[in-house]
Design a binder for this molecule. Structure first.
Ligand code: FES
Ligand code: FES
Length: 913
């Protein structure tokens, strides 16, 4: 059909099929990639645009339905090329983190504001209710819409960037639709690739000839099988744990595993049905769940691990049995958690192209250098032949640490010498990529009569699915954290990662610590109840303090802020408990409850070198560039590192440029994981900037505390009345960067290996936190509404308070999902309508209390916040449910049917009316 429509005020005509999705017309035919696709099913709202002024999902509207109508997309929101008022408000309030939902949010908000210029919070929640955000916890989005006409942006003075509420340095592109996410860019002549996946959890298969298929479909350029992988058909996080094939070799070990890939034009590879492929399946009984995997005679997933135990982590100190025998109170429980899906709104995407004897990969990733090295092994080439160009990342949370489509597009592009692109569908993304490990936990905690903890006995089995991924990380991190942020003299903690025929479990915000806290922090409340001690007081009595030793024998010298967190929460704790008690004196089916949980979290990798290297350059024109290999996945690393860089240099933030991610232009900063980029890469940036500053001062013949003026060439240096110049034009420039001076900095946090009892220094520093959750429980329905969260976090130093709050609010929202609604079931919840994540209506008011107990090693004292933000939320909610109802839930998610069943079992269920 000839589609005529008005887009952003301009008449457009497109030749297209009548049934083509409007989202595809906008993105592919008109190049307006600001409109995003997160599901193609009407579930996520990322594709929201205005059709004749009203918000619609562009993935659900056909070209024929748009005929003759007027469309407004995010690209149409700018006013004469500048950000409009709503976009400015989003920037000011930190309402865009990764930015993939932001166009949809902006369009939904535009629809609302056109109808109702001064909405209240309920109206905002209703109007934006169809757009999902996985990063922000929605609170700052609500703030932005409510305060569109707020004040101006903060521009920090020189030397005052750290601690300022600076707007995201990369924020504007996220608000205009100009940001290039992984599905937004590809060479025009790129072929498309579609992976064909196992429909079975466990099956052998044989492949027949593809000749007939290729004859029938001329647009099918190549069928890739395992035999086509040029190098080693294995990848994985650890050098000794590379057990996952890029394409399965005769046996599929989980539903959704790729067995071959079709490469050709888009229409052809979509037209070929999986049933038409010559694949002969022999279905085998799958191993589902860790109990089945550990049962005698269970089939081994991998020959090298006949008992299906991938790895066991342990920690032992003191004498647990004697301490429990002599304790005044002992509590014990068994807990279960589910697979949890990252549900980033951006499905995996990217393209690869061969350039001579090198390969370039543009894709979403949290770890460019690890991708580079893994892809070199898969292609059988040197690492320096691989260039990773990270796209903007539309959410990661650990799920984009593992390779996904990169081995397939890289192999295809390498063999065909043509660019090849791929975009995962939502069900494909959910079925094939890693999840949070489900855990089965048994724990006992003992205390003396004063409530001082005397022992923790902890055992956890984590379902690591079909391949190792980050299973070893979880098994080694969990024992360290099993005794919580408390001084406990006797600890025995064991964590195992166990293979099953289920989706590989990997990294997800916390590496097993959130599951651990569900068990230990709810048990602590039971202990408090048994001893008749207030839960907050019990935690205060046991909280780690400076000078205390942890269960690994590490003495914490400084930056131990748990007591300050608990003290900060105390007023709200007391008033909320009193309010709940008052409410519960009334009749009715609603009960209010207030729960508390605390946490600690080791920043960076466990007992491993995990350095970061940063460079800062100064060119002949006086332009400053930070070359950062730390990928910003929405958490704000770009802005944080620039703030640190500016202050360490003594330069205005606005004078700094950023080059990020490209492995040809930046050094290895390690992974964006383990809450490590602020602490580790931040320290590296500070060192690099100080190095450059030293070089400039030396050339000027002056020393600290001179003032350097960066304003072009020459750079001026003033100390008292002494004014000097450094003529940059007189210095030789680097061929690679054009810079005349370069500062370098590396930081590797000091840790030691753990011995066989888990003793040593696993982390250089720890974050501490405590959160209060307030809930309303419906005794008739079993539904739980979280009404307020108060979160106190010791972050060392809040480099950017707005971003820290954003991390906390986003973490709380994910913790709420973990507690109440999220459960990934292979084959059943592979989309965003069956798999529920918190919407804007589910996330309550979240008050953030920022505690700053500076770490001497951290840049300006900073530690990390990404993962700590989530850890205490789920146990705080479970404790609040118990406070409201007297019922303890030991399985998450505590869905309404589980809560209702627990209430009925305890004789506490009521009926409405
Ligand atoms: S892409 Fe249209 S609703 Fe998700
Ligand atoms: S900012 Fe909303 S999904 Fe990332």
């Amino acid at each position: 059909m000839r589609l005529a429509l008005t887009v952003n005020g301009r008449a457009s005509v497109v030749e297209t099929a009548p049934a083509r999705r409007l989202a595809d017309v906008l993105r592919e035919d008109l190049g307006l990639t600001g409109t995003k696709i997160g599901c193609n099913a009407g579930d996520c709202g990322a594709c929201t645009v205005l059709l004749d002024g009203a918000q619609i999902c562009a993935c659900l509207v056909s070209a024929a339905q748009a005929q003759g109508r007027s469309i407004l997309t995010v690209e149409g929101l700018t006013e004469s090329g500048a950000l409009g008022a709503l976009q400015k408000a989003f920037l000011r309030h930190g309402a865009a983190q990764c930015g993939i939902c932001t166009p949809g949010m902006l369009m939904a908000a535009s629809d609302l504001l056109a109808r109702r210029p001064h909405p209240d919070e309920t109206a905002v929640q209703e109007a934006l209710g169809g757009v999902l955000c996985r990063c922000t916890g929605y609170r700052k989005i609500i703030d932005a819409v409510l305060h569109v006409a707020g004040g101006g942006d903060a521009t920090p003075a020189v030397g005052a960037a750290v601690g300022a509420r600076v707007a995201k340095v990369d924020g504007a592109a996220k608000l205009t639709g100009n940001e290039r996410f992984a599905a937004d860019d590809a060479p025009g002549d790129a072929l498309w690739l579609r992976a064909v996946r196992s429909p079975h959890a466990r099956a052998r298969f044989t492949l027949g000839s593809f000749a007939a298929l290729q004859a029938r479909y001329p647009g099918l350029v190549r069928v890739l099988t395992a035999a086509d992988i040029p190098g080693q058909n294995r990848f994985g996080i650890y050098p000794t744990g590379k057990d996952q094939p890029a394409l399965a070799e005769g046996e599929a070990r989980f539903r959704g595993e790729a067995v071959l890939a079709l490469v050709g034009d888009a229409a052809t590879i979509e037209a070929i049905s999986d049933d038409a492929l010559p694949i002969a399946w022999e279905e085998l009984p799958p191993v589902i769940g860790t109990a089945a995997a550990l049962a005698p005679g269970a089939p081994a997933l991998h020959r090298e691990k006949p008992d299906n135990v991938l790895v066991t982590g342990r920690l032992a100190c003191g004498d647990v049995e004697s301490a429990i025998a002599g304790a005044a109170a002992v509590v014990a429980g068994e807990y279960r958690t589910a697979f949890v899906e990252h549900a980033y709104i951006e499905p995996e995407a990217g393209y690869a192209r061969r350039v001579g004897d090198r390969i370039e990969i543009f894709a979403c990733t949290q770890t460019p250098y690890m991708d580079r090295d893994e892809l070199a092994l898969i292609l059988g080439i040197r690492p320096d032949q691989v260039r990773i160009l990270p796209s903007a990342v539309g959410g990661g949370f650990g799920g984009k640490l593992d390779l996904s489509l990169q081995p397939l597009i890289a192999t295809a592009a390498w063999l065909l010498c043509r660019p090849v692109r791929c975009v995962y569908t939502r069900p494909e993304s959910m079925a094939s990529t890693t999840k949070r490990h489900p855990a089965s936990i048994r724990a006992r905690i003992a205390a003396d009569a004063e409530g001082r903890l005397t022992a923790v006995d902890f055992h956890a089995d984590f379902n690591t699915g079909a391949y190792a991924s980050w299973g070893p990380t979880v098994a080694n991190r969990v024992p360290v954290h099993a005794s919580g942020p408390y001084r406990v003299p006797n600890v025995r903690a064991v964590a195992r990662a166990i293979y099953t025929n289920e989706t590989p479990a990997g990294a997800f915000r916390g590496f097993g610590v959130p599951q651990t806290a569900v068990a230990t922090e709810t048990l602590l409340d039971e202990l408090a109840e048994k001893l008749g001690i207030d839960p907050l007081e019990l935690r205060l009595r046991n909280a780690l303090r400076p000078g205390h030793a942890t269960a690994t024998g590490q003495v914490l010298a400084a930056s131990v802020g748990l007591v300050s967190c608990l003290d900060a929460l105390k007023p709200r704790w007391q008033s909320a408990r009193a309010e709940a008690a008052r409410f519960n004196r009334g009749k009715g089916v609603l009960r209010h409850g207030v729960g508390l949980a605390a946490m600690w979290y080791g920043i960076g990798n466990t007992s491993m070198s995990n350095p970061s290297t940063m460079r800062v350059g100064l060119d002949r024109d006086g332009a400053l560039t930070l070359y950062s290999g730390a990928v910003d996945i929405g958490q704000g690393a770009n802005t944080i590192l620039m703030q640190i860089c500016a202050d360490a240099l003594g330069a205005p933030l606005a004078r700094l440029r950023l080059i990020t991610g490209d492995t040809d232009r930046t050094a290895d900063a390690g992974k964006s994981s383990a809450s490590r980029q602020t602490f580790i890469s931040g320290a590296a940036v500070k060192r690099a900037a100080e190095d450059l500053r030293r070089q400039i001062l030396a050339r000027a013949g002056l020393g600290e505390p001179a003032e350097i003026r960066f304003g072009g060439n020459p750079v001026t240096v003033r100390q008292g009345g002494d004014l000097r110049w450094v003529d940059l034009a007189a210095l030789p420039a680097s061929n690679e960067t054009g810079d005349v001076l370069t500062g370098s900095g590396t930081f590797d946090p000091p840790t030691t290996p753990l011995d066989e009892d888990g003793q040593g220094v696993p982390y250089a520093t720890y974050a501490f936190a405590a959160q209060i959750a307030e809930v309303a429980v419906d005794l008739g329905l079993g539904t739980v509404k979280v009404t307020r969260v108060t979160a106190a976090h010791d972050v060392g130093r809040a480099i950017n308070p707005t971003q820290v709050e954003g991390q906390i609010q986003g973490g709380v929202a994910q913790g709420l999902g973990l507690a109440l609604m999220e459960e990934y079931i292979p084959g059943r919840t592979e989309n965003l309508h069956d798999y529920l994540i918190p919407t804007i209506g589910d996330v309550p008011e979240i008050e953030c209390l920022l505690i700053e107990a500076p770490d001497p090693l951290g840049p300006y004292g900073a530690k990390g916040i990404g993962e700590p933000a989530l850890v205490p939320t789920a146990p705080a909610i479970l404790n609040a449910i118990h406070h409201a109802t007297g019922v303890r839930l030991r399985q998450v998610p505590a869905t309404h049917d589980r809560v209702r069943a627990a209430l009925l079992a305890a004789g506490k269920g009521e009926t409405h009316g």
